[in-house]
Design a protein around this ligand. Structure first.
Ligand SMILES: [Zn+2]
Length: 307
């Protein structure tokens, strides 16, 4: 499974590449440790086409995308999986250039759980993962909605967890999984945009479907979705088991103490991200009444195992 994402065979950015009948991909020139080889922008259909995840606000990428279409083709819908800066900012310029509406679950706050809304009200801000705070779709899509896009019937699946407004899009056994499921990394879950309780529910939702192939927004296609979902769920469960073992004595502890106990090999620069991840698990455990936070649920609380 790892070899499919070998860096030595990374495809180049800016080249419109057919993947399957009705599915093309063009990679944005934004490679990084967070985006792998860059954002995959997908083009669905032929003639009248839908674009999934236009990518970062880069005019070079927009030119490559539009000039990569066949003569006479036009973009009729712009679908956005979620409003991180590597996915949604080119949507507005592309809409202005083509007249196509931007379709997404909602703005950058849409879909947040009550727990996350409460944490935001108490001062928790996003962790610097690059939120497109001004994102506003023209059309809001709800869970299970069938979109007539690019001449195709595409099913929208609300998959919050990496981001509250995250949608996946399904068509003929292929699912465009955005950042929810990727082949080269587990998904980042950083509160308040990231919500582990929602993430696990979204994983269960996708795992219950018998889809043929996943096309993530970064990296290569996943040709065995069932195996990848099983791995992703087990990966999170093993992190949770590590946390619960550390909390087993029932003594109160903090996010930073837990992070230092669990992430012993992590370079200092990555500790803040690891703390966000530990906090994501603790929020989920508090929601499930396995852990309590004192005096209240926030990043600097004391956490104690009760279940
Ligand atoms: Zn993202």
């Amino acid at each position: 499974m790892a070899n499919r994402n070998n860096p030595s065979d990374r495809p180049p950015a800016g080249v419109m590449t057919p993947l399957e009948p009705g599915i093309r991909r063009i990679i944005a020139p934004n490679p990084s440790p967070m985006t792998y080889w860059g954002t995959n922008t997908f083009v669905l259909g032929e003639g009248d086409v839908a674009v999934i995840d236009p990518g970062p606000a880069d005019p070079v990428h927009m030119d490559a995308l539009l000039s990569g279409l066949q003569r006479g083709e036009r973009v009729t819908q712009i679908l956005v999986t979620h409003s991180h800066l590597d996915h949604s900012p080119l949507a507005r310029p592309l809409s202005e250039a083509t007249g196509a509406p931007i379709m997404a679950y909602g703005d950058a706050q849409a879909g947040r759980s009550e727990v996350m809304r409460d944490l935001v009200a108490r001062g928790l801000s996003s962790g610097g993962e690059g939120v497109d705070a001004g994102f506003r779709p023209d059309v809001r899509i709800s869970d299970g909605e069938i979109l007539r896009a690019g001449g195709l019937d595409i099913e929208a699946i609300w998959t919050p967890g990496h981001f509250a407004n995250h949608l996946s899009f399904a068509w003929q056994g292929a699912v465009f999984t955005g950042d929810h499921v990727m082949g080269w990394a587990s998904s980042l879950v950083s509160p308040p945009d990231g919500d582990l309780t929602a993430f696990m529910a979204s994983c269960a939702k996708l795992a219950a479907r018998a889809d043929r192939i996943y096309f993530p927004a970064h990296g290569a296609a996943i040709t065995d979705p069932a195996a990848r979902m099983a791995w992703l769920i087990a990966h999170r469960q093993s992190r949770e088991a590590d946390l619960l073992a550390t909390l087993a004595d029932g003594r109160p502890t903090t996010v930073s103490a837990l992070t230092r106990t669990i992430y012993t090999d992590t370079p200092p620069a990555l500790i803040p991200a690891a703390e966000r991840n530990v906090f994501a698990h603790l929020i989920d455990l508090v929601t499930r009444k396995i852990v309590v936070a004192e005096p209240q649920l926030e990043a600097h609380a004391d956490f104690r195992r009760i279940g």
